[in-house]
Design a protein around this ligand. Structure first.
Ligand code: NDP
Length: 254
């Protein structure tokens, strides 16, 4: 499991949840991982420490996304961390950080909440990619973390699925654009997965049961279910997959 030896990865929002799982898995496969966080530096340090304890290499980068100067702050922190490790280039970019105002149907979602989700879930990945393209090595990987709510009507609101749909369009359009450089771009479609984001919703037994019953494999997703799929897309084994939406939901609503 060292197929990413010598590679460098940035995983946005990897202080907690799915991002942390992805960071740990990529590091286990040999990559040096930049563990990005928004406000929870302690959790990011814990992720980096867990990676080091397992024999991997990581450093943390703090930058709140969705605010003016977000991309500048992130790229400056990334460059500092890369320099400290004798690196300047990136091989794997995972756009995982996401914001979801759950339980906000169209009747109540405010323009401010809408703008914030667009800023974190769409604008930040767009302009972060733009800034990092010169640093992304030919043959590199971009993985966007999308949502099953792009293919079924969500019970939990309408604004968030719109942003993930936009991220998917960004992904397949970029895949064509970056094909000549051998860079692949794919979306990982995630269903209900146990993290802080879904803790409240999944504490409701009816919501839990509804989500299990519509999943072919008969359970709620766990972080490693997603991290393993991302690691595959980041690996050389996935070299011929680009512009794809890979459904990693355990078969929701088949
Ligand atoms: P969590 O809420 O558990 O973790 C979110 C992560 O993103 C944290 O590391 C957080 O950093 C970071 N983050 C959030 N907002 C910002 C911001 N404004 N600026 C910088 N960093 C930010 O989320 P999940 O792990 O559940 O979700 C990860 C991804 O998976 C998201 O894109 C989400 O939309 C997607 N997804 C999740 C599903 C699920 O069921 N969990 C289902 C479908 C998709 P910090 O710790 O500093 O706050």
């Amino acid at each position: 499991m060292t197929n990413l030896s010598g590679k460098v990865a940035l995983v946005t929002g990897s202080s907690r949840g799915i991002g942390r799982g992805i960071a740990e898995r990529l590091a286990r496969d040999g990559a040096l991982v930049a563990v990005h966080y928004g406000s929870n530096g302690t959790a990011a340090e814990e992720t980096a420490a867990a990676i080091a304890e397992a024999g991997g290499r990581a450093f943390t980068v703090g930058a709140e996304l969705g605010v003016p100067g977000d991309v500048d702050t992130l790229v400056t922190g990334l460059e500092t961390g890369l320099r400290a490790h004798g690196k300047s280039m990136l091989d794997i970019l995972v756009h995982n950080a996401g914001l979801n105002f759950m339980g906000r149907p169209i009747e109540v979602l405010t323009p401010e909440e809408f703008d914030q989700m667009v800023a974190v879930n769409v604008k930040a990945p767009f302009f972060l990619t733009q800034r990092l393209l010169p640093r992304l090595r030919d043959g590199g990987r971009i993985v966007n973390i999308s949502s099953v709510s792009t293919r079924l009507a969500s019970d939990h609101g309408i604004g968030y699925p719109l942003t993930k749909g936009a991220l998917d369009v960004f992904g397949h359009t970029l895949a064509k654009h970056l094909g000549p450089r051998g860079i692949t771009v794919n979306s990982v479609v995630v269903g209900f997965t146990r993290t802080d984001m879904t803790a409240d919703a999944l504490s409701d037994p009816a919501t839990l049961e509804r989500n299990i019953s519509r999943t072919a494999l008969g359970r709620i997703g766990q972080v490693p279910d997603i991290a393993d799929a991302v690691a595959f897309l980041a690996s050389d084994d996935a070299r011929w997959i680009t512009g794809a939406k890979v459904d990693v939901t355990g078969g929701v609503n088949l």
